[in-house]
Design a protein around this ligand. Structure first.
Ligand code: SAH
Length: 395
């Protein structure tokens, strides 16, 4: 929901984004950044004050990040306007594509590549897919950004509704000629009438099919569909903080529950005896296995399983000293928390993208005898109302 514009200063801020009204992606777009931070901080503080016995508990000040052009994953829809192909997003109430070329939070090179695909479509005589009629060729462009050895690299996914890609090689040549930062291009064939941008049907048409991002001394591969934090600076801050809070000495056995492609756990390997990642999504686990090899981590293992099933299956066995958990918005489960509470785990680092479910889960940890030591909000998503929080609990 868009917030009511209050002051002149805020109105001016709103004018910074010409698309704010049509897009709706950044619900805090019309609020100066300092004020966004205050709001997020206040929300977290208010929720934590409701924890029994923690009325006077003070979460840390929020960690701010650079508010502009931070998104390293950018998606554009292709459509027609006055019989020219444009790139942008669906307007809120229809299948019409609204042109957006200068978003304030997207990586600018990624946005430029999306606009470039739309421009090249004309000379290549490609049509844009028409959602209403179910006809046309180009549907979406997805661009992901990574930095390795200080060099920026782009991964581009071209999503088409047809199985044929006319003059594919010439198109690849034209696009990479124009944007030398492109490291790889993937063609995704998605004929389905669905809101999912990507199908499973990927063909690598240029480069290795993935890009590699340097993160705090390790390297992580990003492919078309893999999960990766969208704000690199925010992720770096969050991972360093999680590492500090975990307080590892080299002797601990660490569980990284809900581990995604393994990032957080892998970043703790040099300070732990062993790290075990548990993740439900098969493709994320495949990425984690790849990342383990890429970083030559000998003390890391990953398992494809439901986190609750895995930990309850241990039946109180003293398998881990420290638990890192980063569940999706819905939070964890009472059974997961009960199993941690009744095991030998001494410290828990809980990372959450939803403070409501976080506080709900913290109540159970506290009831089970854990003590909340710190809570640090981090602004991973400037411009939006979302806030990430990293907590430390111990026994
Ligand atoms: N820590 C990761 C992000 C984790 S996002 C990073 O920073 O990159 C949350 C992850 O939890 C997703 O990868 C999702 O697939 C996984 N997940 C969701 N439900 C799960 C469950 N029941 N058991 C294990 N993993 C689950």
């Amino acid at each position: 929901m868009r917030l009511k514009t209050e002051s002149k200063e805020e109105q001016e801020y709103l004018f910074n984004c010409p698309h704010a009204k049509k897009c709706g992606g950044c619900s805090y777009n019309n609020i100066p950044y300092e004020k966004q931070l205050e709001k997020k901080e206040g929300r977290v503080r208010g929720l934590f004050a409701q924890l029994p016995g923690y009325k006077n508990f003070k979460p840390d000040r929020i960690i701010a990040t650079s508010p502009y052009h931070y998104r390293n994953k950018v998606h554009g829809v292709l459509g027609f306007k006055n019989s020219r192909i444009i790139s942008g997003l669906y307007s809120e109430d229809s299948h019409h594509v609204v042109s957006v070329t200068d978003c304030l939070i997207e990586d600018e090179d990624a946005s430029a590549v999306i606009a470039g695909v739309a421009e090249l479509a004309g000379p290549f005589k490609y049509t844009a897919f028409d959602e209403d009629r179910g006809r046309g060729f180009l549907r979406h462009v997805l661009v992901r950004v990574a930095h390795s050895d200080g060099v920026k690299k782009l991964l581009v996914v071209i999503v088409t509704a047809l199985r044929e890609f006319p003059r594919k090689n010439d198109f690849v040549k034209a696009l990479t000629g124009r944007f030398p930062m492109i490291e790889t291009i993937i063609w995704n064939y998605n004929p389905k009438r669905t809101s999912m941008v990507l199908s499973d049907n990927n063909t690598v048409i240029y480069g290795p099919g993935y890009i590699v991002d340097d993160m705090l001394g390790l390297r992580f591969a990003i492919s078309a569909g893999s999960f990766y934090q969208v704000n690199h600076e925010g992720a770096e801050r969050m991972y360093s903080l999680a590492r500090d809070l975990a307080g590892l000495t080299g002797k601990e056995r660490v569980l990284d529950a809900y581990c995604g492609t393994g990032t957080i756990g892998m970043l703790m390997c040099d300070k732990a005896e062993s790290v075990m990642g548990v993740e439900l999504c098969e493709s994320a686990v495949r990425d984690a296995v790849f990342n383990k090899k890429l970083n030559k981590l000998k003390n890391y293992r990953v398992l494809c399983a439901d986190a609750t099933k895995y930990i309850t299956g241990l039946r109180g066995e003293n398998a881990f000293d420290v638990v890192i958990m980063d569940p999706p918005r819905a939070g964890s489960t009472p059974a997961f928390i009960d199993a941690v509470v009744h095991s030998g785990v001494k410290r828990v680092v809980y990372i959450s993208c939803d403070p409501e479910t976080l506080v709900r889960d913290l109540r159970l940890f506290i009831k089970g005898g854990f003590k909340l030591q710190r809570a640090v909000p981090i602004d991973m998503f400037p411009g939006t109302g979302h806030v990430e929080t990293c907590c430390l609990l111990d026994k």
